[in-house]
Design a protein around this ligand. Structure first.
Ligand SMILES: Cc1ncc(COP(=O)(O)O)c(C=O)c1O
Length: 358
Protein backbone atom coordinates (compact mmCIF):
# COMPACT_ATOMS: atom_id res chain seq x y z
CA UNK A 1 0.00 0.00 0.00
CA UNK A 2 1.34 3.44 -0.91
CA UNK A 3 0.85 6.58 1.16
CA UNK A 4 -1.76 7.81 -1.33
CA UNK A 5 -3.62 4.50 -1.24
CA UNK A 6 -3.63 4.62 2.57
CA UNK A 7 -5.08 8.11 2.48
CA UNK A 8 -7.71 6.97 -0.01
CA UNK A 9 -9.12 4.50 2.53
CA UNK A 10 -10.59 7.35 4.57
CA UNK A 11 -13.34 9.49 2.97
CA UNK A 12 -12.98 12.28 5.57
CA UNK A 13 -9.50 13.05 4.19
CA UNK A 14 -11.02 14.06 0.86
CA UNK A 15 -11.90 17.39 2.46
CA UNK A 16 -10.53 17.60 6.02
CA UNK A 17 -7.05 17.77 7.50
CA UNK A 18 -8.21 15.24 10.09
CA UNK A 19 -5.62 15.25 12.89
CA UNK A 20 -7.55 13.94 15.88
CA UNK A 21 -6.97 10.18 16.23
CA UNK A 22 -6.13 10.89 19.88
CA UNK A 23 -9.89 11.34 20.31
CA UNK A 24 -11.36 9.28 17.45
CA UNK A 25 -9.44 7.90 14.50
CA UNK A 26 -10.91 8.47 11.03
CA UNK A 27 -13.28 5.72 9.88
CA UNK A 28 -12.29 3.88 6.72
CA UNK A 29 -14.86 3.19 4.05
CA UNK A 30 -14.23 -0.57 4.51
CA UNK A 31 -14.94 -0.29 8.24
CA UNK A 32 -18.17 1.62 7.71
CA UNK A 33 -19.21 -0.85 4.96
CA UNK A 34 -18.63 -3.85 7.25
CA UNK A 35 -20.77 -2.23 9.96
CA UNK A 36 -23.53 -1.24 7.53
CA UNK A 37 -23.61 -4.65 5.86
CA UNK A 38 -24.08 -6.44 9.17
CA UNK A 39 -26.63 -3.89 10.41
CA UNK A 40 -28.63 -4.49 7.21
CA UNK A 41 -28.47 -8.26 7.75
CA UNK A 42 -29.66 -7.77 11.34
CA UNK A 43 -32.63 -5.75 10.09
CA UNK A 44 -33.54 -8.16 7.32
CA UNK A 45 -32.81 -11.51 8.98
CA UNK A 46 -32.98 -10.79 12.72
CA UNK A 47 -30.35 -11.27 15.38
CA UNK A 48 -30.94 -14.81 16.55
CA UNK A 49 -30.31 -18.46 15.84
CA UNK A 50 -27.25 -20.65 16.31
CA UNK A 51 -25.52 -19.60 13.09
CA UNK A 52 -25.86 -15.96 14.15
CA UNK A 53 -24.45 -16.67 17.60
CA UNK A 54 -21.62 -18.78 16.17
CA UNK A 55 -20.71 -16.00 13.78
CA UNK A 56 -20.62 -13.53 16.66
CA UNK A 57 -18.29 -15.83 18.63
CA UNK A 58 -16.05 -16.38 15.60
CA UNK A 59 -15.80 -12.63 14.94
CA UNK A 60 -15.05 -11.98 18.63
CA UNK A 61 -12.32 -14.60 18.41
CA UNK A 62 -10.90 -13.04 15.23
CA UNK A 63 -10.77 -9.62 16.92
CA UNK A 64 -9.07 -11.16 19.99
CA UNK A 65 -6.44 -12.84 17.77
CA UNK A 66 -5.71 -9.66 15.86
CA UNK A 67 -5.33 -7.58 19.02
CA UNK A 68 -3.12 -10.25 20.61
CA UNK A 69 -0.78 -10.08 17.58
CA UNK A 70 -0.72 -6.31 17.82
CA UNK A 71 0.40 -6.52 21.46
CA UNK A 72 2.93 -9.31 20.95
CA UNK A 73 0.96 -11.83 23.00
CA UNK A 74 -1.49 -14.72 22.67
CA UNK A 75 -5.29 -14.58 22.46
CA UNK A 76 -5.65 -16.34 25.81
CA UNK A 77 -4.39 -13.23 27.57
CA UNK A 78 -6.67 -10.76 25.83
CA UNK A 79 -10.17 -9.71 26.90
CA UNK A 80 -12.48 -7.93 24.48
CA UNK A 81 -13.75 -4.80 26.26
CA UNK A 82 -15.53 -1.61 25.33
CA UNK A 83 -12.78 0.92 26.11
CA UNK A 84 -9.60 1.68 27.99
CA UNK A 85 -11.71 3.00 30.88
CA UNK A 86 -13.54 -0.30 30.96
CA UNK A 87 -10.23 -2.21 31.05
CA UNK A 88 -8.91 -0.07 33.91
CA UNK A 89 -12.11 -0.65 35.88
CA UNK A 90 -11.89 -4.42 35.33
CA UNK A 91 -8.36 -4.49 36.72
CA UNK A 92 -8.89 -2.12 39.64
CA UNK A 93 -12.11 -3.83 40.74
CA UNK A 94 -10.52 -7.28 40.49
CA UNK A 95 -7.44 -6.46 42.56
CA UNK A 96 -9.51 -5.88 45.73
CA UNK A 97 -7.17 -3.21 47.04
CA UNK A 98 -7.68 -1.72 50.48
CA UNK A 99 -6.70 1.61 52.10
CA UNK A 100 -3.44 0.10 53.38
CA UNK A 101 -2.47 -0.72 49.78
CA UNK A 102 -0.95 2.01 47.64
CA UNK A 103 -1.22 2.74 43.95
CA UNK A 104 1.32 5.04 42.33
CA UNK A 105 0.09 7.10 39.40
CA UNK A 106 0.81 10.56 37.93
CA UNK A 107 -1.03 13.86 37.68
CA UNK A 108 -0.91 13.49 33.90
CA UNK A 109 -3.37 10.64 33.57
CA UNK A 110 -6.66 10.75 31.71
CA UNK A 111 -9.78 10.21 33.80
CA UNK A 112 -10.14 6.85 32.03
CA UNK A 113 -7.31 5.60 34.24
CA UNK A 114 -7.45 8.09 37.11
CA UNK A 115 -11.18 7.51 37.75
CA UNK A 116 -10.85 3.76 38.36
CA UNK A 117 -7.63 4.31 40.36
CA UNK A 118 -9.24 6.79 42.74
CA UNK A 119 -12.39 4.64 43.05
CA UNK A 120 -10.38 1.53 43.91
CA UNK A 121 -10.35 1.92 47.69
CA UNK A 122 -6.54 1.99 47.78
CA UNK A 123 -4.43 4.95 48.89
CA UNK A 124 -3.18 6.80 45.81
CA UNK A 125 0.24 8.42 45.57
CA UNK A 126 0.50 10.91 42.71
CA UNK A 127 3.79 11.74 41.01
CA UNK A 128 3.79 15.40 39.96
CA UNK A 129 5.00 14.78 36.46
CA UNK A 130 2.52 16.45 34.12
CA UNK A 131 5.08 18.26 31.98
CA UNK A 132 7.92 15.73 32.28
CA UNK A 133 9.19 13.22 29.76
CA UNK A 134 12.05 10.69 29.50
CA UNK A 135 14.15 9.81 32.57
CA UNK A 136 12.76 12.58 34.84
CA UNK A 137 9.23 11.24 34.25
CA UNK A 138 10.34 7.72 35.12
CA UNK A 139 12.26 8.92 38.18
CA UNK A 140 9.29 10.94 39.46
CA UNK A 141 7.09 7.83 39.36
CA UNK A 142 9.68 5.55 41.00
CA UNK A 143 10.17 8.16 43.76
CA UNK A 144 6.57 7.58 44.91
CA UNK A 145 7.05 3.83 45.42
CA UNK A 146 6.93 2.62 49.03
CA UNK A 147 6.86 -0.86 50.60
CA UNK A 148 3.04 -0.60 50.43
CA UNK A 149 2.86 -0.09 46.67
CA UNK A 150 0.71 -2.77 45.07
CA UNK A 151 0.28 -1.27 41.61
CA UNK A 152 1.76 1.31 39.26
CA UNK A 153 -0.95 2.78 37.03
CA UNK A 154 0.40 4.89 34.18
CA UNK A 155 -0.09 5.77 30.54
CA UNK A 156 2.33 4.59 27.90
CA UNK A 157 1.77 7.88 26.05
CA UNK A 158 0.55 10.88 28.05
CA UNK A 159 -2.61 12.28 26.47
CA UNK A 160 -1.76 15.94 26.97
CA UNK A 161 1.97 16.28 26.25
CA UNK A 162 2.35 13.17 24.08
CA UNK A 163 5.36 12.05 26.18
CA UNK A 164 6.20 8.34 25.91
CA UNK A 165 6.95 6.61 29.21
CA UNK A 166 9.37 3.68 29.16
CA UNK A 167 6.92 1.29 30.81
CA UNK A 168 9.26 -1.68 30.45
CA UNK A 169 12.00 0.16 32.30
CA UNK A 170 9.47 1.08 34.99
CA UNK A 171 8.61 -2.60 35.42
CA UNK A 172 12.28 -3.61 35.43
CA UNK A 173 13.24 -0.97 37.99
CA UNK A 174 10.42 -1.69 40.45
CA UNK A 175 9.39 -5.30 39.86
CA UNK A 176 5.86 -4.18 40.82
CA UNK A 177 2.57 -4.91 39.06
CA UNK A 178 2.04 -2.37 36.28
CA UNK A 179 -1.27 -1.36 34.68
CA UNK A 180 -0.62 0.52 31.45
CA UNK A 181 -3.20 2.78 29.84
CA UNK A 182 -2.56 2.15 26.17
CA UNK A 183 -5.21 4.52 24.78
CA UNK A 184 -2.64 6.73 23.01
CA UNK A 185 -0.07 4.07 22.19
CA UNK A 186 -1.70 1.03 20.55
CA UNK A 187 -1.77 1.74 16.83
CA UNK A 188 0.51 4.78 17.21
CA UNK A 189 3.78 3.15 18.33
CA UNK A 190 4.93 -0.47 18.35
CA UNK A 191 3.75 -2.18 21.52
CA UNK A 192 5.01 -5.42 23.03
CA UNK A 193 3.51 -6.18 26.42
CA UNK A 194 6.64 -8.06 27.51
CA UNK A 195 6.75 -8.37 31.31
CA UNK A 196 3.90 -5.90 31.92
CA UNK A 197 0.91 -7.10 33.92
CA UNK A 198 -2.09 -5.27 32.44
CA UNK A 199 -2.35 -3.24 29.25
CA UNK A 200 -5.46 -1.52 27.89
CA UNK A 201 -6.44 -0.85 24.28
CA UNK A 202 -8.88 1.72 22.86
CA UNK A 203 -10.32 0.56 19.53
CA UNK A 204 -11.73 3.89 18.43
CA UNK A 205 -8.53 5.97 18.46
CA UNK A 206 -5.32 4.97 16.63
CA UNK A 207 -6.83 1.69 15.46
CA UNK A 208 -9.65 3.56 13.67
CA UNK A 209 -12.26 1.14 15.01
CA UNK A 210 -15.92 1.80 15.81
CA UNK A 211 -17.00 3.54 19.02
CA UNK A 212 -17.10 1.58 22.27
CA UNK A 213 -14.43 -0.96 21.36
CA UNK A 214 -11.28 -1.97 23.19
CA UNK A 215 -9.30 -4.73 24.80
CA UNK A 216 -7.39 -5.61 27.94
CA UNK A 217 -4.21 -7.66 28.22
CA UNK A 218 -3.92 -9.66 31.46
CA UNK A 219 -0.62 -11.47 31.97
CA UNK A 220 -1.95 -13.87 34.59
CA UNK A 221 -5.74 -14.20 34.31
CA UNK A 222 -5.95 -16.61 37.26
CA UNK A 223 -4.45 -13.98 39.57
CA UNK A 224 -7.16 -11.37 38.93
CA UNK A 225 -10.64 -11.79 40.43
CA UNK A 226 -13.57 -11.61 38.00
CA UNK A 227 -15.24 -8.68 39.73
CA UNK A 228 -17.70 -7.74 37.00
CA UNK A 229 -18.68 -10.96 35.23
CA UNK A 230 -20.44 -10.57 31.89
CA UNK A 231 -22.23 -13.33 30.02
CA UNK A 232 -18.89 -14.24 28.42
CA UNK A 233 -17.17 -14.88 31.79
CA UNK A 234 -18.87 -18.23 32.41
CA UNK A 235 -17.55 -21.60 31.36
CA UNK A 236 -20.44 -23.15 33.27
CA UNK A 237 -23.09 -21.94 35.67
CA UNK A 238 -25.48 -23.85 37.86
CA UNK A 239 -28.49 -21.63 38.61
CA UNK A 240 -28.39 -20.88 42.31
CA UNK A 241 -25.01 -22.54 42.40
CA UNK A 242 -21.45 -22.24 41.30
CA UNK A 243 -19.98 -20.29 38.43
CA UNK A 244 -16.85 -21.58 36.74
CA UNK A 245 -14.93 -18.90 34.88
CA UNK A 246 -13.76 -19.42 31.31
CA UNK A 247 -10.09 -20.22 31.00
CA UNK A 248 -7.81 -17.31 30.11
CA UNK A 249 -8.57 -13.62 29.86
CA UNK A 250 -11.86 -14.24 28.04
CA UNK A 251 -13.42 -14.31 31.50
CA UNK A 252 -12.87 -10.54 31.65
CA UNK A 253 -14.73 -9.81 28.39
CA UNK A 254 -17.19 -6.97 28.78
CA UNK A 255 -20.81 -7.51 27.82
CA UNK A 256 -22.34 -7.89 24.42
CA UNK A 257 -20.73 -5.98 21.57
CA UNK A 258 -22.93 -5.96 18.48
CA UNK A 259 -21.90 -8.17 15.59
CA UNK A 260 -21.89 -5.06 13.37
CA UNK A 261 -19.39 -3.38 15.70
CA UNK A 262 -17.20 -6.50 15.89
CA UNK A 263 -17.21 -6.75 12.08
CA UNK A 264 -16.25 -3.08 11.86
CA UNK A 265 -13.43 -3.55 14.36
CA UNK A 266 -12.10 -6.62 12.52
CA UNK A 267 -12.10 -4.61 9.28
CA UNK A 268 -10.31 -1.68 10.96
CA UNK A 269 -7.69 -4.00 12.46
CA UNK A 270 -6.76 -5.28 9.02
CA UNK A 271 -5.99 -1.80 7.63
CA UNK A 272 -2.67 -0.79 9.20
CA UNK A 273 0.22 -0.86 6.70
CA UNK A 274 3.65 -2.27 7.60
CA UNK A 275 5.14 1.20 7.39
CA UNK A 276 2.45 2.72 9.67
CA UNK A 277 4.54 3.36 12.79
CA UNK A 278 7.48 4.74 10.83
CA UNK A 279 5.20 7.08 8.94
CA UNK A 280 3.57 8.31 12.16
CA UNK A 281 7.00 9.11 13.63
CA UNK A 282 8.01 10.91 10.42
CA UNK A 283 4.82 12.99 10.30
CA UNK A 284 4.99 13.83 14.02
CA UNK A 285 8.56 15.12 13.51
CA UNK A 286 7.40 17.22 10.54
CA UNK A 287 4.47 18.49 12.54
CA UNK A 288 6.82 19.64 15.33
CA UNK A 289 8.95 21.46 12.74
CA UNK A 290 5.91 23.16 11.19
CA UNK A 291 4.58 24.65 14.44
CA UNK A 292 5.73 27.22 17.00
CA UNK A 293 5.37 26.75 20.75
CA UNK A 294 5.65 22.95 20.63
CA UNK A 295 5.24 21.32 24.05
CA UNK A 296 5.87 17.70 23.00
CA UNK A 297 9.50 16.55 23.23
CA UNK A 298 11.11 15.21 20.01
CA UNK A 299 10.79 11.52 19.12
CA UNK A 300 7.68 10.63 21.11
CA UNK A 301 4.53 9.10 19.54
CA UNK A 302 1.79 10.46 17.24
CA UNK A 303 0.60 13.33 19.44
CA UNK A 304 2.06 16.80 18.96
CA UNK A 305 0.91 19.44 21.45
CA UNK A 306 1.63 23.13 21.03
CA UNK A 307 0.77 26.46 22.61
CA UNK A 308 -0.73 28.73 19.97
CA UNK A 309 -0.91 32.52 20.09
CA UNK A 310 -4.35 33.26 21.50
CA UNK A 311 -6.93 31.20 23.30
CA UNK A 312 -6.51 27.47 22.58
CA UNK A 313 -10.23 26.74 22.49
CA UNK A 314 -10.83 29.54 20.02
CA UNK A 315 -7.89 28.46 17.89
CA UNK A 316 -9.23 24.88 17.73
CA UNK A 317 -12.70 26.22 16.84
CA UNK A 318 -11.25 28.47 14.11
CA UNK A 319 -9.28 25.54 12.68
CA UNK A 320 -12.42 23.40 12.64
CA UNK A 321 -14.18 26.05 10.55
CA UNK A 322 -11.34 25.56 8.05
CA UNK A 323 -11.83 21.78 8.16
CA UNK A 324 -8.61 21.27 10.14
CA UNK A 325 -9.56 18.89 12.95
CA UNK A 326 -7.48 19.06 16.13
CA UNK A 327 -8.48 19.63 19.76
CA UNK A 328 -7.63 21.97 22.56
CA UNK A 329 -6.80 20.46 25.94
CA UNK A 330 -9.13 21.83 28.64
CA UNK A 331 -7.35 23.41 31.59
CA UNK A 332 -4.24 24.14 29.53
CA UNK A 333 -3.29 26.77 26.93
CA UNK A 334 -2.56 23.91 24.50
CA UNK A 335 -3.84 22.45 21.27
CA UNK A 336 -3.12 18.83 20.30
CA UNK A 337 -2.63 17.42 16.82
CA UNK A 338 -2.63 13.65 16.21
CA UNK A 339 -0.50 12.51 13.27
CA UNK A 340 -1.67 9.19 11.82
CA UNK A 341 -0.27 7.01 9.05
CA UNK A 342 -3.22 8.14 6.89
CA UNK A 343 -2.19 11.80 7.08
CA UNK A 344 0.26 13.53 4.79
CA UNK A 345 2.29 16.72 4.50
CA UNK A 346 -0.66 18.64 3.05
CA UNK A 347 -2.61 18.13 6.29
CA UNK A 348 0.32 19.51 8.28
CA UNK A 349 0.62 22.51 5.96
CA UNK A 350 -3.08 23.25 6.39
CA UNK A 351 -2.65 23.04 10.16
CA UNK A 352 0.40 25.34 10.21
CA UNK A 353 -1.32 27.85 7.89
CA UNK A 354 -4.52 27.77 9.96
CA UNK A 355 -2.63 28.33 13.20
CA UNK A 356 -0.72 31.30 11.72
CA UNK A 357 -4.09 32.84 10.84
CA UNK A 358 -5.04 35.27 8.11
C1 LIG B 1 -4.58 8.35 27.90
C2 LIG B 1 -6.06 8.10 27.77
N1 LIG B 1 -6.61 7.19 28.56
C3 LIG B 1 -7.91 6.86 28.48
C4 LIG B 1 -8.73 7.48 27.57
C5 LIG B 1 -10.16 7.05 27.51
O1 LIG B 1 -10.27 6.09 26.51
P1 LIG B 1 -11.59 5.21 26.34
O2 LIG B 1 -12.64 6.14 25.80
O3 LIG B 1 -11.19 4.12 25.41
O4 LIG B 1 -11.94 4.74 27.70
C6 LIG B 1 -8.21 8.44 26.72
C7 LIG B 1 -9.09 9.12 25.75
O5 LIG B 1 -8.90 10.21 25.32
C8 LIG B 1 -6.83 8.76 26.81
O6 LIG B 1 -6.27 9.68 26.02
Amino acid sequence: MTHDEARGLFPVLEHAAYLNAGTFGPLARATADAIAKQARRDVEHGRSGKPYFDEMLATRSDVRDRIARLLGTIADRVAVTSSTTDGCNIVLAGLDLRPEDEIVTTDAEHFGLAGPVFASGATVRVARASTMSGEPLLDAIVAEVTPRTRLLAVSHVLWRTGAVLDVHELKARTGLAVLVDGAQSVGAIPVDVGALDFYTVSGQKWLCGPDSTGALYVADPDALRVARPSYFAQESFEPGGRFVAKPGAQRFDSGWTSLATLKGLAAALSLGPEWGYERIAELAARCRDALNGVVTAPDQAGLVTFEPDGDAEQVAARLLEQDVVVRNLPGTPWVRASCGWWNDESDLERLARGVRGP
